[in-house]
Design a protein around this ligand. Structure first.
Ligand SMILES: *Cc1c(COP(=O)(O)O)cnc(C)c1O
Length: 363
């Protein structure tokens, strides 16, 4: 079976973990600091704060920008649940708006309609590794007291008009969960250019203590600290992130060339001014195709290729998140029924790539 995910752990990662264990500095030591520095460099952001997951990074970022109970935060319903759950963790309400039918990212025109006096922030997800339309979104909130949070869990090293993901909005959150383009098993990172957000994030993720004074508690806080053990894996991977990205993009180009003329099968739409990092390579199986989406998934499985539906349900369908009605989100409804992601990890072999192309081209 050609799996969607196969983590990339080389001797280098093993040595890095071993080195940390030998030093005895296991939590928020020099390796966590080095990883933070690496992220300021990669994204050209002023500040970075490591956390123990992408979800805790989002919760921390929402706190740092001042989201509090009763506020509304606009986001996309076509994303992983953590995006929306992090809003509930603050006591605010997620407000879902529909997506763009080509990129599957949040549609700026719909955000515009959802903004009201209670709107405190917007979480914009760069879905599957492709940055959203940040120029349009940043204009929408100009002169309003609304913060834009970039959910960059899937978009490390992506670019939007020459700027790196992680530096496209007021504050950004990364995830190093085992399936992400850069991973350490679990882990996360916040990047920002805003000093006040940086200081608030630093205290929130460490029991509400300021960086300068331990045991002086400014507010409620959590234990969202990163360990040096896992930071050492992420730091090792950070040195390879350009190679990982190029590899994913090369595989995507090969797939695009092979699949672009297949009737009813839609390849991912990638925009010219963006660098898409293909966290997922997601096909759309439209009614014109010879198989239904689910039958196509079975066909791939029978031929030894794993695929997955990201995501099978829009988030407003779940009772704890329910806000709008199904009719309000026709694009999300349609894409959840037609999407299918196939393997695109950097460690696919040339033979595996050719085989996947063959199986799909000859379906
Ligand atoms: C993975 C992911 C998260 C959550 O990150 P964890 O590290 O698993 O907590 C949040 N948002 C998106 C879009 C993700 O893909």
């Amino acid at each position: 079976m050609i799996n969607l995910v196969k983590v990339e752990i080389s001797e280098k990662e093993m040595r890095a973990v071993n080195d940390v264990l030998k030093t005895g500095r296991l939590v928020e030591g020099p390796i966590t600091s080095a990883l933070e520095k690496g992220f300021t460099r990669l994204t050209k952001s002023k500040y970075a704060v490591a956390t123990n997951s992408g979800t805790s990074a989002l919760h921390t970022a929402l706190y740092a920008v001042g989201v509090r109970p009763g506020d509304e935060v606009i986001t996309t319903p076509f994303t992983f649940v953590a995006t929306a759950n992090s809003i509930l963790m603050t006591g605010a309400s997620p407000i879902f708006t529909d997506i763009d039918p080509l990129t599957y990212n949040i549609d700026p025109m719909r955000i515009k309609k959802a903004i009201n006096k209670k709107t405190k922030a917007v979480i914009v997800v760069n879905l599957f590794g492709q940055p959203a339309d940040f120029d349009s979104i940043n204009v929408l909130v100009k002169n309003k007291n609304i913060t834009i949070i970039e959910d960059a869990a899937q978009s490390i090293n992506a670019e939007y008009k020459g700027k790196k993901s992680g530096n496209l909005a007021d504050i950004a959150c990364f995830s190093f969960y085992a399936t992400k383009n850069l991973m350490s098993g679990e882990g996360g990172m916040i990047t920002t250019n805003n000093k006040s957000y940086y200081l608030l994030a630093s205290l929130f993720k460490n029991h509400g203590q300021t960086k300068k004074q331990k045991y002086r508690y400014v507010d409620v806080g959590y234990n969202y600290r990163m360990t040096d053990v896992l930071a050492s894996i992420a730091l090792t991977q950070l040195k390879k992130v350009k190679l990982f990205t190029i590899r994913r993009q090369k595989i995507a180009s090969a797939y695009n060339r092979a699949f672009k003329n297949i009737k009813g099968l839609k390849i991912p739409h990638s925009l010219a001014h963006l660098s898409h990092v293909y966290h997922q390579y997601t096909l759309r199986i439209t009614p014109g195709y010879k198989y239904t989406r689910d039958a196509f998934k079975d066909y791939l499985f029978r031929n030894g290729i794993q695929s997955a539906i990201y995501y099978p349900y829009p988030l407003y369908r779940f009772s704890h998140l329910a806000k709008g009605k199904i009719g309000d989100y026709p694009v999300s409804e349609q894409i959840t029924k037609e999407c299918l992601s196939i393997p695109i990890r950097p460690n696919l072999t040339a033979r595996e790539i050719d085989y996947i192309i063959d199986v799909i081209a000859n379906a």
